[in-house]
Design a protein around this ligand. Structure first.
Ligand code: ZN
Length: 292
């Protein structure tokens, strides 16, 4: 499959303040799969950065996309691109196994759905900074902030596992640029804000950010009940892409052995193309076996 261009649901604000929202993606090849294989201990946001920086060829008019730029993409934009990369690599159909949440059932349910069914909330960005006047009950402060991005995710992923509340404060400290013209407010300044103030800032961030749906309606074939199933795009796509290294090496060996291509040539192919050649070879072998 060739390169494709997608419109970000949010947008990337460059150093020049310009918004770039059209991203050119190249399909995943064997090199990226090799990079992903066996990195189960690497935090998911770090893997997403590594993966996207290999596949994004252009953001708007910006060429030479670096990991630093990919980190600065908004959280929802990164998820969106990950999903598009998945579509380019494996198609739109998703088969997942989830557990029915009806009481007294809990059956394991195979669900099939198309990636188009995952709702995308667009929130076109105009600038990096946003302003918010807090309510009198929240102290009436004037706050400026930016939206959470991939770098925030990378920095806070471990803290998020151990102390969610502290991670939320750290996220605000990273994103809030000023409170009543005091800038930057630092963690102590954030900690002094009331719960109401933090909530108002977080709600405004949520409202302004591009998003992907994280749940879907399913009907259980066992009990006939309907339920809402959580679906984590990032978790799903990374698990799916995490090819076992041995399998990838076997494919390389098989193709090199029969076609005499170099490892470099084979890893430069998409998985889809590798598998196609392997299928052709397998068909040939079968025919030969039947001939004897
Ligand atoms: Zn059920």
């Amino acid at each position: 499959m060739d390169r494709m261009v997608f419109e970000l649901p949010g947008g990337f604000v460059g150093d020049d303040g310009q918004v770039h929202d059209r991203v050119m993606l190249a399909p995943l090849n064997g090199f990226s799969e090799k990079m992903l294989a066996g990195r189960n201990n690497t935090p998911a946001p770090v893997l997403v950065t590594a993966l996207l920086s290999r596949c994004i060829e252009r953001i708007g008019s910006l060429n030479g996309v670096t990991e630093g730029m990919v980190r600065r993409l908004l959280v929802g934009d990164r998820l969106f691109l990950l999903l598009k990369l998945r579509e380019m690599t494996f198609g739109r159909n998703i088969q997942a196994v989830i557990r029915c949440s009806q009481p007294d059932c809990g059956a394991r349910v195979d669900i099939d759905f198309a990636t188009d069914n995952i709702p995308v909330t667009r929130a076109p960005q105009q600038s990096l900074r946003h302003r918010l006047q807090l309510s009198p009950a929240a102290g009436g402060h004037l706050v400026t902030f930016r939206l959470p991005n991939g770098e925030d995710q990378e920095m806070l992923t471990q803290l998020l596992d151990s102390d969610e509340e502290l991670a939320a404060d750290h996220l605000l400290a990273r994103c809030v640029q000023s409170i009543d013209a005091v800038q930057p407010p630092a963690l102590a300044g954030i900690a002094r804000l009331s719960a109401q103030a933090k909530m108002e800032i977080e709600e405004e961030m949520e409202r302004l950010a591009p998003k992907l749906g994280s749940s879907m309606e399913a009907i259980c074939p066992e009990c006939g009940g309907s339920f809402t199933a959580a679906f984590d795009v990032q978790e799903f796509v990374l698990a799916e892409l995490n090819t076992r290294l041995e399998l990838l090496l076997k494919e390389v060996h098989y193709l090199a052995y029969h076609y005499h291509w170099s490892e470099k040539e084979i890893l430069g192919m998409t998985r889809q193309n590798r598998r196609r050649y392997i299928e052709v070879l397998a068909g040939e072998m079968e025919r030969l076996n039947h001939a004897f």
